[in-house]
Design a protein around this ligand. Structure first.
Ligand code: ADP
Ligand code: K
Ligand code: ZN
Length: 434
């Protein structure tokens, strides 16, 4: 069992001390390289490599922000001549201006290997058929998983996002066992399958699903696992850190192991930028440790999470992140109360009559902020009587109120009536400042 459980035993099965020693070596090397990039040249001038003696010494280095990446767009972070690079991805930015990430041949190789490590950890093996139902192109999730799955040795179907009927056909024709899919699309595909009278547990061969790229709740995981008959593994990454493959759940599904041989982790208070006490929620800050072409130092992800205490029964020394709550930018304030969209989702998805899509609309009427939660009900419900609908609506309102401490308006809508996206879901429409 032991050697079979690791893709890369050298980096997965080492001791905590061994891991930290490796981090120190790699951090020094990272700083040495980063100095060649125009952006870091002056910023890192005063740092002496001998002063980096423990992973905590990263705290002496300056932060890097999304805005820095924008300002230095397109080439300011490259520490090698342009002709050494073989790929770039551009993040359209869910919010704002573009940023670019560049990869050398070696960087692509390291990334594919990290991805293969993630997939192998969850039990995927050569002989599995892997269907990648996410967008390809500039979105790093598509190619990231694609190369990882091929590296592992799975038969890989680059089906891309959307076109649900064809997706289902491919799953049937090639006995797909493993899928990668964005959570909101996993929910939407459920609806399509239901309409077609297809029961994946009976009609398909799926056993593993990777869900990531956007925040989702445990309730969504439960729904997807129950409907498709799969084990869902949470997958976290961001373009700035290559893409997917940064942190991933193991078979114990108890938080995401962050690959600390490749990424140095800090959790800081987003206001003071000081480290938070162990186990507390804060902003995830990452330093690349293996990237040769475009190292990033103390990159502020804006993603809010915490480090989970204790060791994982799988034995890996890589610490585990809690489910990402969202980006600090996702949070909105309504009547003085801080709210994350995922809190709304948690409540909704635990209610059986609630269907697989919802959105939150914020508006301002006569200087008063309002929040309306638009909720698709399941197919079964909508044909039933008004009194029943009223009861469901009251229940949703009551449960949202007790979770959020403000009372939203709840509007029940027909199945499949809310706008859909092929990429990441747009859960929040804020019209307050229009
Ligand atoms: P963009 O910034 O254009 O959305 P990215 O693909 O780089 O492009 O997005 C990365 C972001 O997606 C992360 O910073 C995080 O906010 C979100 N994300 C990725 N995976 C997860 C996950 N498993 N859970 C929650 N959020 C995630
Ligand atoms: K991003
Ligand atoms: Zn584990």
């Amino acid at each position: 069992q032991a050697e079979e459980s690791y893709w890369d035993a050298k980096h997965e099965a080492l001791s905590r001390d061994g891991l930290e020693a490796l981090q120190v070596d790699r951090l020094r090397e990272t700083v040495r390289r980063a100095r060649r990039a125009p952006f870091y040249r002056e910023r890192l001038q005063e740092i002496s490599l001998e002063d980096i003696r423990s992973p905590q010494d990263v705290a002496h280095l300056p932060f890097t922000t999304k805005q820095d990446l924008r300002d230095a767009y397109p080439y300011g972070f490259l520490c090698q001549p342009k002709d050494r690079f073989v790929r770039l991805h551009v993040s359209s930015g869910t919010t704002g201006q573009a940023t670019a990430v560049f990869y050398t041949r070696k960087d692509l190789d390291t990334w594919a290997d990290l991805m293969a490590r993630c997939l192998y950890m969850t039990g995927a093996r050569p002989g599995d058929t892997f269907q990648n139902l996410t967008g390809y192109g500039l979105f790093t999730g598509g190619l990231g998983f694609h190369y990882g799955a091929e590296r592992l040795g799975m038969l890989t179907i680059p089906s891309g996002a959307g076109n649900s009927k064809r997706q289902i056909q491919l799953m049937k024709d090639f006995d797909t066992t493993v899928i990668h899919i964005i959570p909101s699309y996993a929910l939407r595909l459920m609806d399509v399958m239901q309409e077609l009278g297809l029961d994946p547990k009976r009609d398909l061969s799926l056993r593993i699903a990777y869900l990531g790229a956007e925040p989702y709740s445990e309730e969504v995981r439960s729904r997807v696992e129950a409907f498709y008959g799969v084990k869902v593994f949470n997958s976290y990454g961001l373009s700035e850190m290559n893409g997917p493959g940064v942190a991933f759940e193991c078979r114990f599904q108890n938080g995401l192991h962050i690959w600390e041989d490749a990424y140095l982790v800090e959790i800081v208070d987003p206001d003071t930028l000081e480290p938070v006490p162990e186990g507390r929620l804060g902003e995830l800050v990452l330093t690349t440790l293996t990237r040769e072409g475009m190292p990033l130092i103390r990159y502020r992800t804006k993603d809010l999470t915490r480090i989970l205490p204790g060791d994982c029964p799988c034995g890996r020394p890589h610490r585990r992140l809690d489910r990402i709550q969202g980006r600090s930018d996702d949070m909105f304030i309504l009547k003085g109360v801080n709210i994350f969209p995922i809190q709304v989702e948690q409540v909704l998805m635990a209610i059986p009559e609630v269907g697989n899509n919802y959105r939150i609309v914020l508006d301002r009427q006569n200087n008063v902020d309002t929040m309306t939660v638009e909720v698709e009900v399941t197919d079964k419900i909508f044909v039933e009587d008004m009194r029943h609908l009223q009861r469901i609506r009251n229940r949703i309102t009551k449960e949202l109120k007790s979770e959020l401490l403000v009372t939203p308006a709840v509007s029940l809508v027909e199945p499949h009536s809310l706008p859909k996206n092929d990429g990441k879901a747009v859960r929040l429409i804020d019209r307050r400042n229009l």
